[in-house]
Structures are given as structure tokens and as C-alpha cells.
Design a protein around this ligand. Structure first.
Ligand SMILES: Cc1ncc(COP(=O)(O)O)c(C=O)c1O
Length: 382
């Protein structure tokens, strides 16, 4: 069955929906029991609100189907989804390998918090491939990848790394926010945990923070659920409901994000102010072959490098944008732009790009309006 069909029907089987298309929002901490015998029995589905209600079941089931996973845990933000598997896996003395293009706060968590518990983090070049073997130590417990990285759009050879990790019983995880569980299926590649900031494409409306962790096997699921239950993690039923509602239209939105982003990426490639467009679906992208092999499409986030100009020119360009807004998130219906220096969130490998990097999250607007906006703003550079 196509994902376009799955995304409409997945997670909609609960009798608690009482015939409605969408599940109810139950706000519950206490769950009441009819019989004293049930209090400590494993028979009832729920004993306490932290286990979630039917809306949580519905979203977990829907993501599980999309990611082709064994089970799913929801978290209160995308960042919490990145950190939870590491917390579930690592003990004092362990070693973690983290891709050098990873989302900045994931890195900070490793450096500031895993380090306090005696866990060492080492970064690897996103294009390391099978050479990851050289960095593996007896105490390596987890390999964290983000492909493509959400600033520089560098890809990682997920199957190559996963195959090596499996041989050595090292857990693997991928931040799959860009692929959205739609264009990339990491669990089918043998990855243990596929992580998403559902804040982005599944929500799609820029008004909710939520994360999902899809576990690929019974063992991965058991490890994650043990941590989930005892860590106090919980997502509000309202936020969960909003993400579920957003998810139903995600496939259709992604088609338009993809189309718009490709049109704009190609248009930018021909501009004299632009040194390089970093979009993996463009044949000239250094990791295009890897993208064609592993992904079935591309989402709306990409970056481009301007020819070197003064920082004030970059700010003038951003300030001139009228249809694009300035903001750090992505995946919503509205187009966003930021500038950044990737070297600031990198430590092991040098960012080779020359000139200021602009990241665009392409929304659902008419592509011609977006192009007109970029055109008039680029003219501020000359
Ligand atoms: C690649 C990536 N992963 C994870 C996150 C974290 O998501 P959240 O904002 O929901 O914590 C972000 C947020 O921007 C992100 O870009």
C-alpha cells in the first residue's frame, strides 16, 4: 500500500473514536478501575495517564506504519527524541560517535550532559562511510547520524555504517527529520532508531513541538520503553492530536515542498550572486548519488552559499525578504530563511564551503512569488 494511503488510515482503528474520523482528546492523569483485582494486573491497557490515551496510540501507530518500525515513543520535542535513545543506551565509560553535521543542540547535549555521566563523544566526518571502523573502540555503544545534516546538507552512507555497527553490536540512530519518515526509511536499512522532530513536517503548521522515536526491533523497543516509562516523558494530548491532524496531509504538503524547493534551488543555481546550491537532489551536489540510492524524494529544506560578501550585505539581503520570514525552524507551511556559519556547530572536520550560507525552508506559497522575493533581495547584494 502506498504511503499516501497509509497516512490517511494508519492509527484510526480505535473503538474509542466512536465513529468520528479523529480521536478524542482525553486529558487524563488518573485512570479509574472497576475492580481491585485490576489495580496491579497487567490486563488493563492503561494504569496511569503517562502511558498516553487513544490519541497517543493513534499517532504512535501511524508513525510506526510510516517508518515501518516495531514500536514508537513520542517525546515532548524533537530534541528530546534525539537525546532519549542516547540516555537509554549509554552508561559511564561508554563512547558515542556523532556525525559532525548533527543538529547543534544534540551535540551540546552530548558535550554538556553525557560527558557529566562519563560518556565520551567523538565526532566523525559525515562522508566517513565504512571508514567509521577506524573510530570504533571496544566501549563504543552508539552511532548517531543525521542525513542530510540540516545546515550543510551533507549525506552519510547509512547502510554502510549500519552494517558495520550491527557486526559489533553497536546501536545506530538517524535524525530523520529531513526525510520525515517519508523519503527515507532508515529502519529498512537496519538502523535501530529513526528519530524525527515531528515539530517540522508531521505537524507542518509551526505551532507544536513534538518528537518521535521509531524503534526497529523488539530489543530496541524494549530498551527505549524502559527508559521512557521511568523518565517522566509525556506529550500533551492536545499537541499529540495536532501532530496527528497535521500528519494526514503531510504527503501532499511534502510533494509541494519538494516541487517548490527544487524549482527555487535550480533558479538560485543560475544566479550570479550564488556560489553553490546545497540541495542533494541536484545532480551537481557532492552526495547526489547517495541521495538517489537511499531517498525517494526531497523535502523543502536546503541551503546555498553566496559569493563572499560583507556580513552587512547578508543582513541586508535577509532584511529585504518580504514573503520569506526569518526564523530558525522549518517544515511549516510558510517559507523561512536564516544565515549561519556551519563551522560554529562543527568541531572535527572543517566546513569547506566558501562564502556565507543561507538556509531556506521552502513553504507552500506560489513558487513565482518566492522567486520574485529572492530576486529583489539578492539585488541588494550588488
Ligand atoms: C535536524 C533537527 N533535529 C532535531 C531538531 C529538534 O526539534 P525540536 O525543535 O522539536 O526540539 C531540529 C530543530 O530545529 C532539527 O533541525
Amino acid at each position: 500500500m502506498s504511503d499516501h494511503t497509509k497516512i490517511i488510515h494508519a492509527g484510526r482503528n480505535s473503538p474509542s473514536m466512536e465513529g468520528a474520523v479523529n480521536p478524542p482528546i482525553h486529558r487524563a492523569s488518573t485512570i479509574l478501575f472497576e475492580q481491585a483485582e485490576d489495580l496491579y494486573s497487567s490486563a488493563p491497557v492503561r494504569h496511569y495517564g503517562t502511558q498516553g490515551m487513544s490519541v497517543h496510540d493513534a499517532l504512535r501507530d501511524a508513525i510506526c506504519e510510516l517508518e515501518q518500525a516495531y514500536s514508537v515513543v513520542l517525546t515532548n520535542s524533537g530534541l528530546a527524541a534525539c537525546t532519549m535513545p542516547l540516555l537509554a543506551i549509554c552508561s559511564a565509560g561508554d563512547h558515542v560517535l556523532l556525525s559532525d553535521n548533527s543538529y547543534g543542540p544534540t551535540r551540546q547535549f552530548c558535550e554538556q550532559h553525557l560527558a557529566r555521566f562519563g560518556v565520551t563523544t567523538q565526532y566523525f566526518a559525515p562522508d566517513i562511510g565504512a571508514n567509521i571502523t577506524r573510530l570504533i573502540r571496544p566501549e563504543t555503544k552508539a552511532i548517531f547520524m543525521e542525513s542530510p545534516g540540516s545546515l550543510t546538507m551533507e549525506l552519510t552512507d547509512i547502510p554502510a555504517i549500519t552494517a558495520i555497527a550491527r557486526e559489533r553490536q553497536i546501536w545506530t540512530m538517524v535524525d530523520n527529520t529531513w526525510g520525515a519518515g517519508w523519503f527515507l526509511k532508515p529502519i529498512q536499512m537496519g538502523v535501530d532508531f529513526s528519530i524525527q522532530a515531528a515539530t517540522k513536517y508531521p505537524c507542518g503548521h509551526s505551532d507544536v513541538l513534538l518528537g518521535t522515536i521509531a524503534a526497529g526491533s523488539k530489543a530496541a523497543s524494549k530498551l527505549l520503553k524502559m527508559y521512557d516509562r521511568s523518565s517522566g516523558n509525556f506529550t500533551s494530548p492536545d499537541d499529540t492530536w495536532l501532530v496527528l491532524r497535521g500528519l494526514r496531509s503531510m504527503g501532499t504538503r511534502l510533494e509541494r515542498h519538494q516541487r517548490n524547493a527544487l524549482i527555487i534551488a535550480k533558479w538560485l543555481s543560475a544566479r550570479k550572486e550564488v556560489a553553490q546550491v546545497l540541495h542533494p537532489a541536484l545532480p551537481e551536489h557532492p552526495d547526489h548519488e547517495l541521495w538517489s540510492r537511499d531517498f525517494t524524494g526531497s523535502s523543502g529544506l536546503f541551503s546555498f552559499l553566496l559569493h563572499p560578501v560583507a556580513e552587512q550585505n547578508v543582513l541586508d539581503f535577509l532584511n529585504a525578504l518580504q514573503v520569506f520570514s526569518l526564523g530558525f525552524s522549518w517544515g511549516g507551511f510558510e517559507s523561512l530563511a536564516i544565515h549561519c556559519d556551519p563551522q560554529l556547530v562543527r568541531s572535527q572536520t572543517n566546513w569547506q564551503g566558501r562564502g556565507p550560507l543561507i538556509r531556506l525552508s521552502i513553504g507552500l506559497e506560489d513558487e513565482n512569488d518566492l522567486i520574485t522575493d529572492l530576486q529583489q533581495a539578492l539585488e541588494k547584494l550588488s
